[in-house]
Design a protein. Sequence first.
Length: 193
Amino acid sequence: YLSFENFDRDYFHKRFPNIQMNLSALGFNIPHQRVPISPAFHYAIGGIKTNLYGEVESVKGLYAIGEVASTGVHGANRLASNSLLEGLVFARRAAEKALAFKGARCSQKLHGTDEVLVREGDKAKKDRLRRIMWEQVSIVRTTDGLNAAFREIDEMLHGPIGRLLKLRLLTAREIVRSALARTGSIGVHYRQD
């Protein structure tokens, strides 16, 4: 539980008006009532390896920033609030590099762009994927859970799905594949077995 009992009521309301308003709307009497908390996944360190200018090292002329980028500045875990600063710094650096880029521009059409973006039933499958990732690939991971997640995700990929869900599923499958390959715990990846 999160306790606010050491705060004076007026001070808390004045200092944290949004927290007070949101928790009051949920029915909590702040600062007198404790608020239940639980672990949550809130950030993904990206899988696209970049240098310190947002340049994708494996594709000349391609840039990545934000949660998709793996800049290397966080190590195996990100400290709270650093993602905003990272986004600002690397967005500027990437923009400056992109504007100065003199290499060839790609005019080739990408494969799969003609696919239907969303199909009927995608929302239910997206909710199922969210449940799988939370229950099997969350904060504490096991080989059995990861294998079960991989099978379920792979099964969904072979059915009729829209392109947006397909991209989510492909990303989730690679996260699971990587988690299976790393048998030890490191940073945000914790293996119970």
